[in-house]
Design a protein around this ligand. Structure first.
Ligand SMILES: [Ca+2]
Length: 152
C-alpha cells in the first residue's frame, strides 16, 4: 500500500510537470529568472545563449550602431548577441538589424512581447537570409511593419 501511494505521488508530480506551461519551445530557466528580475520596459542582449555570458546591453531605447562609441550598445557588442529578451511594457516589437544606420534598412527580424526571449538565436535568419546569431548590429522599437519575427 505504501509503495502504491509513493508511485501515485511520483506520477502526480510528473503530471504537474507536464501541466506547467512553457513560455516557448526553448524555455530556459536562466532566461525565465532574468525575465522576472529585469525592470519592465527593457530590451536586453547577451553574448552567450540562455541569457548568459556577458550582458551586452539593457535599454528602453534604440541604438542604430552596436559597434560605435555611443548608446546602450558599443564597440565589441556588435555581431556578438546569442540570446535576446523583450521585456517591453507595450506590444511594440524590437526590430533587430544585420546592418547599421538610421535608415533602418536591410535584413531584419523582430522579437515580440509574447515571445519574451530567445534563449538561442541559432537557426534564426534575417529577412535577407543571413543568420541572426552573432550578427545583430542595431535595433529599434516599432509598432508594425516587420518582415519577420523570431520564433522558438
Ligand atoms: Ca551604439
Amino acid at each position: 500500500m505504501r509503495k502504491i501511494l509513493a508511485t501515485a505521488a511520483a506520477l502526480g508530480l510528473a503530471g504537474l510537470g507536464v501541466l506547467v506551461p512553457a513560455t516557448s519551445a526553448q524555455a530556459s530557466t536562466a532566461c525565465n529568472n532574468a525575465y522576472n528580475s529585469i525592470a519592465l520596459g527593457n530590451f536586453i542582449a547577451w553574448d552567450g545563449t540562455n541569457c548568459g555570458g556577458t550582458r551586452l546591453g539593457i535599454t528602453e531605447s534604440w541604438d542604430s550602431d552596436w559597434g560605435n562609441s555611443s548608446g546602450p550598445f558599443q564597440g565589441s557588442d556588435t555581431n556578438r548577441a546569442s540570446s535576446v529578451m523583450h521585456k517591453g511594457a507595450t506590444e511594440m516589437r524590437v526590430q533587430l538589424f544585420n546592418g547599421t544606420g538610421q535608415d533602418w534598412a536591410g535584413g531584419h527580424t523582430c522579437l515580440t512581447q509574447g515571445e519574451k526571449y530567445m534563449s538561442s538565436l541559432a537557426g534564426q535568419y534575417f529577412t535577407s537570409g543571413v543568420a541572426v546569431n552573432d550578427e545583430i548590429s542595431s535595433h529599434r522599437w516599432i509598432w508594425s511593419g516587420c518582415g519577420a519575427v523570431l520564433d522558438s
